[in-house]
Unconditional design. Structure first.
Length: 386
């Protein structure tokens, strides 16, 4: 019974920790590969005021900076984007939008989490193509092939329009983003805004784990008076709050599992120790010190905890691999229309923590029964042999 309680508790910690970790990882990858990239470089002040007036925060000569960033070993690609805001009209209605001029080929390689609901992706051959969010398409009742007019303010403050053709409708994990976002080729955006500059250099890395190191290196190597560097997790307030929420929830779950393991193990150990009071009385009558008997009980529990933790880790890892191979269909998260397939991440830190919890819970649960057994008078303990 004690062994079973330890095994189930340790395996539960590994599975729940791996599940929460997978949610966090998939949310991060969805952000990276549908919107932000791994790192963004902008003119200083862009993140505070640039979304309202992107034309005031242009990188006029992006090529040297782009080449400098691309020379870093961990960097896979560097994408240029030009932001703008304006009005999109289908001839009958208008909608305020937030747009980006992008490099279609590079964006397609980065945007693996961007789902095309209708039509297709932008390509380098689409001189005047338009990719719109699902919410924009629903509001203006647009479909691939429809003609629209985009009205924006140029970098000089004048109004400019451009006729475009809808080539596709996309969805990301964020319903709010899809409700306002549109994308056009970078060359068309520069023509529309009457500038050759760009707002953002988006850095795509070979490995997400290298984000912090690359962001730190860029922050030190480029002029901080002119440019600012932001990692993907700094760009999304939603991500930070979601991770904090899940970490707190899992912390409570971990405490509940620990409490259950403690109760189960304490009950089993207490029953076992009480049934062996006569044995311990005989040991003390033969000259064994109380502390020797106490250490013996604690050592037995530690060996039991070690065995249960090892089996629990093996079972937890095996179940995590099996569940991940099948996948867990999940409904769309809040503020999203897209479901996803969850898996159980095998995280070394969670495995080590679960193992430590199994060991610590078992040893802690044995302390009170061991103390009570060794404090029983020898004469009373010997009577238990009868």
């Amino acid at each position: 019974m004690t062994l079973a309680a330890i095994v189930v508790g340790v395996a539960s910690l590994i599975l729940s920790g791996g599940f929460v970790r997978d949610i966090v990882v998939q949310l991060g990858e969805a952000l990276i590969h549908s919107q932000s990239g791994h790192v963004q470089v902008n003119r200083r002040g862009f993140f505070e005021a640039g979304t309202r007036s992107p034309e005031k925060f242009l990188i006029d000569e992006p090529k040297p900076l782009r080449e400098q960033i691309a020379s870093i070993v961990e960097v896979d690609d560097v994408l240029a984007r030009s932001g703008f805001s304006g009005l999109l009209s289908n001839g009958r209605a208008e909608l305020a939008i937030i747009g980006e001029g992008v490099e279609p080929g590079r964006e397609e390689r980065l945007g693996t989490y961007l789902k095309i609901r209708a039509g297709r992706q932008l390509t380098d051959q689409d001189a005047y193509g338009l990719l719109i969010g699902d919410g924009v398409a629903r509001t203006l009742k647009l479909e691939p092939g429809d003609q629209v007019t985009l009205l924006v303010s140029t970098a000089g403050g004048a109004l400019n329009t451009l006729d475009l053709e809808v080539v596709g409708v996309f969805q990301t994990f964020s319903k709010d983003f899809d409700a306002r976002a549109v994308r056009i080729p970078l060359a068309a955006a520069q023509t529309l805004l009457d500038t050759q500059g760009v707002n953002t250099l988006v850095v795509a890395l070979k490995e997400t784990d290298a984000t912090a190191a690359v962001a730190d290196r860029l922050g030190r190597s480029i002029d901080p008076a002119q440019f600012e560097v932001k990692a993907w997790y700094e760009l999304s307030d939603f991500y930070g709050k979601t991770v904090d929420l899940y970490e707190r929830q899992f912390g409570v779950l971990r405490l509940i599992i620990l409490f259950m393991v403690l109760l189960s193990v304490a009950n089993s150990v207490n029953m076992t120790v009480m049934e062996r009071v006569g044995e311990f009385g005989t040991m003390m009558a033969l000259g064994n010190h109380r502390w020797h008997t106490f250490r013996l009980i604690a050592a037995e529990s530690a060996v039991l905890g070690l065995a249960g933790s090892v089996i629990g880790v093996a079972l937890g890892v095996a179940l995590a691999a099996a569940v991940s191979a099948i996948g867990i269909p999940m409904p769309p998260p809040p503020n999203s229309d897209l479901g996803y397939t969850a898996r159980i991440q095998i995280v070394p830190l969670e495995i080590a923590l679960a193992f430590a919890v199994g060991m610590a819970a078992t040893v802690a649960a044995s302390i009170l029964p061991a103390w009570r057994a060794t404090r029983t008078p020898v004469v009373d303990a010997l009577r238990q042999n009868g």
